[in-house]
Design a protein around this ligand. Structure first.
Ligand code: DON
Length: 307
């Protein structure tokens, strides 16, 4: 096992390496400057074994992969009722940065698109927390999933904020509907700090393994969230984690998953394994091209499709 799995992973990486389609995200200079050839994959089992190949200890920003974890924290801190009243669980079938609000209530369709994720960020922690305390709650929560203290990339954070016009517009709309109650700008700043947390593929695999292990980090043994929250989060990842490519993903790969624009991609198989890949070249949906190929291969080679 010790070398069979890393050998398998290295072979899989070798196979996708020749695919140079897609480009790193270019909406901020820090992401555009990413080395497009970085490539890594990690398997973390629920009993704490970690296997990897390639660039598994290179740091990059978590971006949208923070969304399911922040949603988990919101559910844990506020309870299902209050969170569901403000963020739905229906696939939007639209790109991640679309406004995608229910027409009568203004409730975002789901917590994986930006509108829902901004709302979920505002619901993490206790209601009376100030924005800095809320961010701290989120960064500490993400760290508990990873099993180590994570930090924010300040340069990415500043740059993201300079280009956050669309997220600010979404947040002001949400404030207009009463879905957000605080200062919309402060909520977007908090959401952007959350997206700017630095992780490695190894961290992401542990975070996914914590979901796969029903809320307990397999290495630290810490119960990060309760099982009903895990079930809710994995369900939403299944239906909405890959945005407007969620249907293709569900049929072809069939693993609850989440992607981020810095090139990370996670999948979590309940009771079995957390998987993470890293490759910055993105397709038109904002999902990692090589990451999607790798997951397709893992799913068919090992029969991981849950349906
Ligand atoms: O909200 C944004 O625009 C980014 N900071 C995060 C977006 C993201 O990762 C989308 N996923 N592929």
């Amino acid at each position: 096992m010790r070398s069979v799995i890393p050998d398998y992973l290295a072979e899989a990486l070798g196979e996708v390496e020749s695919d140079t389609s897609g480009e790193p995200a270019d909406y901020i200079p820090e992401l555009a400057a990413a080395d497009p050839e970085r490539l890594g994959a990690v398997f973390a089992t629920v009993d704490g074994e970690v296997y990897g190949a390639g660039d598994i200890d290179t740091e990059f920003t978590i971006q949208s992969i923070s969304k399911p974890f922040a949603y988990a924290l919101a559910l844990a801190d506020r309870g299902f009722g209050p969170v569901l009243a403000r963020v739905g669980v229906e696939p939007s079938g639209e790109a991640f940065n679309q406004i995608s609000l229910e027409s009568d209530t203004g409730r975002p369709f789901n917590p994986m698109i930006n509108a829902g994720a901004i709302t979920a960020h505002s619901l993490a922690g206790q209601e009376d927390m100030n924005p800095a305390e809320r961010v701290e709650r989120v960064v500490r929560g993400l760290s508990a999933f990873a099993g180590r203290g994570l930090r924010v990339d300040e340069a990415v954070c500043v740059s993201e904020m300079e280009h956050a016009h669309r997220n600010l517009a979404i947040a002001y709309m949400l404030r207009g509907y009463g879905i957000l109650t605080g200062d919309p700008r402060a909520v977007v700043e908090g959401y952007i700090r959350q997206c700017s947390v630095l992780v490695t593929a190894r961290d992401l695999a542990m975070m996914a393994a914590t979901l796969a292990n029903r809320g307990v980090n397999p290495l630290s043994g810490e119960r990060v969230i309760r099982e009903p929250v895990v079930r809710q989060v994995l369900s939403v990842m299944s239906t909405c984690g890959m945005y407007d490519a969620a249907g293709d993903w569900a049929t072809q790969v069939g693993i609850p998953a989440k992607s981020g624009v810095a090139g990370g991609l996670i999948g979590a198989l309940p009771g079995q394994i957390g998987i993470a890949t890293f490759s910055p070249r993105l397709d038109s949906h904002g999902n990692s091209v090589r990451g999607v190929s790798l997951f397709g291969r893992f799913s068919s080679d090992m029969g991981l499709h849950v349906m």
